[in-house]
Design a protein around this ligand. Structure first.
Ligand SMILES: [Zn+2]
Length: 453
């Protein structure tokens, strides 16, 4: 079974139907001056060519920003095994609402995605129930146990493009080196959750003032940085593509910058929450702020923002990690790590990249957002043939329309996820995706723009 459809919308099972032939009037392509975009037969037929739009349904898209639909390299869909928290159907519905066309589903399910059969099972369920394309991630090691390599070549043959033990770190350097060598042979990428088990130990909260105030076990930044440095060296030696998951510290930014300067084949992602939340929130003891890696200090947040803007960080990935309320209601040490992310990612990235802050009304660099959330993650994940394409005539009509002045307030009760563990309740944001289309199929349409109701 092929997991990455070459064309069309196989894998998008739950949607609102084809948008037909439409002309988006006054839309701002990547935030540029208003133009018209004609969509026909699932592709972008023309840009700025009113004369060719005869017979098309005219849709007033004045003021909306058109971006390539987003690609999330880091999603926890929880199915199979924890369908109380999320299913492939609900998680991909949240993804579509957040402007995504593609998500990479992490392997820490139950059972763990560590065989070709389990990989194709997830793809088959997605083909029946998903609202966006799903790319199952294969485990690096059997059972995520960190000892014995999973059958990477077989999983690659079954369609896996990325391998990760996410949730756990491949701590053994020899195992990681073997995984990278296998990734090199199969043309795939290894995504590391960098957390030295010995240094992080049973860490629960960022080391420093937050850990001192709460007396919770500290999770120090060096536990991340030392693994990233080691893996970068191994990537250089093996020539394999290493992707660093959820960079959380200023020190890791420095390591990634060094690796890139050396020309090592290393890419890195940041999660939206690490760009806007810091460990002072975790120190309140509210488990909605418990996440792995932990929320870090204000200096780390500033370094991550700078790294996003200067290209040291390649992509934004949500680490969408749903958990049912009763589990998050436990004591801090018993509560699971993780927070929702798919429906708020764009709003956060836009806020962070808006030069003078959300208040002043200026807009972010939309082309940079397209790179960080669509083009580059598609390339890193090896799905650029179908996802994160440019918005040019002849390309698939796979895009999201963003209202740059939505001025909305997060209400977790409105989430399309089965879980409610968003740390942004009542937070106000400016930008919001309102319509998502995948190869001409409308997968979300909050305002009924393309599916009049
Ligand atoms: Zn992780």
């Amino acid at each position: 079974m092929t997991l990455s459809p070459s064309t069309g919308v196989r894998g998008v099972a739950r949607s609102e139907g084809a948008c037909g032939t439409v002309c988006l009037d006054g839309v701002r392509l990547l935030g540029a001056e208003p133009t018209d975009v004609l969509v026909r037969d699932g592709v972008i037929a023309a840009v700025g060519a009113r004369s060719e739009s005869v017979g098309a349904r005219q849709v007033d898209a004045t003021g909306l920003v058109m971006l390539p639909a987003f690609v999330d390299l880091h999603t926890h869909l929880r199915e199979p095994g924890a369908e109380e928290a999320e299913t492939i159907a609900s998680g991909t519905r949240a993804a579509a609402e957040g402007g995504y066309s593609d998500v990479f589903a992490m392997a820490n399910c139950a059972p763990i995605t560590d065989t070709p059969r389990r990989l194709t099972h997830i793809a088959a369920v997605a083909a029946r129930t998903a609202a966006c394309r799903v790319h199952p991630v294969g485990a690096i090691t059997r059972g995520l146990a960190g000892r014995e390599l999973a059958p990477l070549a077989e999983m690659a043959a079954a369609g896996a493009r990325m391998f990760s033990d996410d949730g756990r770190c491949v701590t053994d350097a020899a195992v990681m080196r073997a995984a990278l060598a296998e990734a090199r042979r199969t043309g795939t990428v290894v995504a590391q959750h960098a957390q030295c088990d010995r240094l992080a130990d049973a860490g629960q909260i960022n080391a420093g003032p937050a850990a001192e105030r709460t007396r919770l076990p500290p999770w120090p930044g060096v536990a991340e940085e030392s693994i990233v440095a080691r893996d970068a060296v191994l990537a250089g030696e093996t020539g394999a593509a290493l992707h660093v998951c959820h960079v959380s510290t200023a020190g890791t930014v420095e390591v990634v910058r060094w690796a890139k300067q050396r020309g090592l084949p290393v890419t890195a992602e940041v999660a939206p929450h690490h760009l806007v939340l810091d460990d002072s929130l975790a120190a309140t003891g509210d488990t909605l702020y418990k996440v792995n890696p932990p929320l870090r200090g204000a200096g780390d947040v500033a370094a991550l923002r700078a790294a996003l803007a200067d290209g040291t960080i390649d992509a934004v990935a949500t680490d969408h990690a749903p958990h049912p309320a009763h589990r998050k209601a436990a004591e801090w040490c018993d509560a699971p790590f993780g927070m929702l992310g798919l429906e708020t990612a764009l709003a956060i990235v836009a806020e962070v990249l808006t030069a003078c802050g959300a208040e002043c009304g200026s807009e972010p660099d939309w082309a940079l957002i397209a790179d960080l959330m669509a083009h580059t993650p598609a390339r890193i994940g090896g799905v650029a043939a179908v996802a994160g394409r440019s918005l040019r005539p002849g390309e698939p009509a796979t895009f999201t329309l963003v209202d740059p002045a939505a001025d909305w307030t997060v209400d977790p009760a409105d989430s399309h996820s089965l879980s409610r563990n968003s740390p942004y309740a009542e937070r106000k944001f400016r930008c919001r995706p309102i319509t998502t289309v995948v190869s001409g199929t409308v997968t979300s349409d909050r305002a009924g723009l393309l599916t009049p109701r």
